[in-house]
Design a protein around this ligand. Structure first.
Ligand code: ADP
Length: 257
């Protein structure tokens, strides 16, 4: 996009004239567009659960309260939708913090083996409920990484929760910490549904989902991977993904040494 500004010069003896200045405002337009889309998305994500909560409350007041069975169903709906709003506000806060702060938090020497234990114990109940088996693979139990512990753990946790959510009963999720001569790769490998290739370039965008209904059903906000990307970049790393539909996905947090 080009913006044109024309300035008329004062008339002199030799004549009058104009100066035309062209500015390239493509980048500015694009930022504006992203911001507008984001606000529209947030409004939409808020409206859906709020409408469901209001509808349920009205149905209860209109008589559903009289029947314990109906009442339970609508109260349960209100609880579920409130939980969705809670997750959304938590994810929005996390994203705002890491995007505006931009900083990597308080870096320290993080022992990867300890981090893996902590992550695995946090998600063990969820994995059990889902019937997914957890594994861990560490190249070197003494390996450390200079990073903000909370931010790094949050990024890995988000990947683990996704891996478990998008893997059916009987599947496996592996947390691997690999070291090459010049990189540390923290990988979350699942044997789940996988992601079709055409979606891969966009899944780290805010609110991008491969299957909107399925993701909402399992309680996703659509912000998890955007948060992972920003948290990882704040630690000086980057994210990579490989996936094959029906076979599974591998998400990697990569840190150059
Ligand atoms: P959500 O809250 O919807 O899970 P995310 O930002 O965490 O949002 O992920 C974006 C989308 O990427 C998800 O909606 C899902 O379609 C896809 N996705 C993420 N992780 C996986 C995975 N391990 N296996 C299959 N699909 C995944």
């Amino acid at each position: 996009y080009l913006e044109l500004t024309v300035v008329r010069l004062p008339a002199t003896e030799t004549g009058a004239g104009c100066v035309a200045v062209l500015h390239d405002v493509t980048e500015h337009r694009r930022t504006e567009e992203i911001r507008r889309d984001f606000v529209a998305n947030v409004s939409h994500e808020l409206r859906t659960p709020l409408t469901a909560i209001r509808g349920s409350a009205e149905t209860l007041l209109d008589g559903a309260l009289e029947s314990p069975d109906f009442a339970r169903r609508f109260v349960e709906m209100i609880r579920r939708q409130a939980e969705r709003l809670e997750n959304l506000s938590q994810d929005l806060l996390e994203l705002a913090k890491v995007e505006t702060g931009g900083a990597g938090g308080k870096p320290e020497m993080v022992r990867l083996a300890e981090l893996a234990d902590s992550v695995l114990s946090t998600v063990s109940d969820l994995a059990e409920q889902q019937g997914v088996e957890l594994f861990s693979k560490l190249d070197d139990v003494n390996q450390t990484l200079w990073a903000d512990r909370r931010q790094l753990e949050e990024a890995i946790l988000n990947l683990m929760v996704n891996a478990i959510k998008y893997t059916d009963t009987g599947g496996r999720v592996t947390l691997a910490m690999r070291k090459t001569s010049d990189q540390i790769r923290i990988q979350v490998i699942d044997t789940g549904m996988g992601i079709p290739g055409e979606h891969l370039p966009r899944i780290f965008e805010r609110f991008y989902r491969v299957d909107k209904n399925r993701s909402r059903e399992i309680g996703g906000t659509g912000l998890g991977l955007a948060i992972v990307k920003h948290l990882t970049q704040a630690q000086g790393g980057h994210v990579e993904v490989e996936s094959e539909p029906g076979k599974g996905s591998t998400f990697s947090l990569v840190f150059d040494l």
